[in-house]
Design a protein around this ligand. Structure first.
Ligand code: CDP
Length: 261
């Protein structure tokens, strides 16, 4: 679905058949596709298509901290750089990182840090570069999800993956995974993430208007959605290791050559 400029926001966010403008049910996620190992020069990487969002994450580390004064003698540090490409949104985004990108980078870092064993890597840094190529609502949640996958792809010890999704309210109805139009024209938006090793909330932001009853419904809906997204993360990682185990090893190749002699 194309992005819509502000003056063109639709009056209603549900169609006559009760579905959302992009044809989804209230509890339905946009299509999600993930891949790992997509950037050759990174220690780990991942790519995520989530609806119209297209996002890359590249991970480096543990490595020396630059600038040196940021290094901590008793633990490693996690640095996240979330960037939106100038062409990723309807209006050209200014190329220099703005306040929004700095805030989102910090949120993503806070959200992922609990799953890392930073105390085992004193004086070093882990760096996660997130590039949003196409944005259409929910990029911070999508970025958390793809960054966790890239860290796992790098083989960095983790307590678990982290998964995020936004739930919100449009035309007074609670829905999961807001698209860009729903995010802008809706009444509430609640990005939510959990760390799976302890099932604790590692991100909960809120923008809009809701009561306590609604908040509990929001969280239930988010939990179901998170479970589905987590399964895709796991399947993506498993398929990488299945492919690796199917690739002929040097020993197997030597045995074959030996057998042919
Ligand atoms: O992407 P997310 O929902 O996490 O963050 P947001 O700040 O609530 O932005 C919602 C959406 O607005 C983004 O996903 C983009 O589609 C859009 N946006 C934009 O069009 N121009 C910007 N400079 C920033 C965001």
């Amino acid at each position: 679905m194309p992005l819509i400029i502000k003056d063109e926001y639709p009056e209603k966010l549900f169609r006559k058949d009760g579905k959302r403008l992009d044809g989804r049910e209230r509890n339905e996620l946009r299509p999600i596709k993930m891949e790992v190992g997509v950037i050759k020069n990174a220690d780990g990487s991942a790519y995520l298509e989530w609806g119209n969002n297209k996002i890359y994450a590249a991970v480096y580390g543990p490595r020396e901290v630059h600038p040196h004064h940021l290094a901590k003698p008793d633990r490693g540090i996690l640095r996240v750089f979330y960037r939106m490409a100038t062409y990723s949104v309807f209006d050209r985004k200014r190329p220099a990182p703005g306040r929004r990108e700095k805030e989102i980078s910090m949120i993503i870092s806070d959200c992922i840090e609990p799953v890392l064993f930073l105390e085992l890597y004193p004086g070093t840094s882990f760096e996660v570069f997130i590039e949003v190529m196409d944005a259409d609502g929910g990029t911070r949640c999508a970025s958390v999800t793809v960054a966790a996958l890239a860290l796992a792809d790098a083989g960095i010890p983790m307590k678990s993956l982290v998964t995020a999704v936004a739930v919100g309210k449009i035309d007074k109805e609670i829905v999961v995974d807001l698209s860009g139009i729903e995010d802008k024209a809706g009444e509430a938006d609640l990005p939510y993430a959990i760390t799976w090793f302890n099932e604790e909330i590692s991100l909960l932001q809120f923008d809009g208007d809701m009561d306590l009853d609604e908040l509990n419904k929001f969280l239930d809906l988010a939990k179901n959605a998170l479970t589905s997204i987590y399964q895709i993360q796991l399947e993506t990682l498993k398929s990488k290791f299945l492919k690796l185990s199917e690739e002929p090893s040097i020993e197997k190749e030597e045995a074959l050559i030996e057998g042919e002699k």
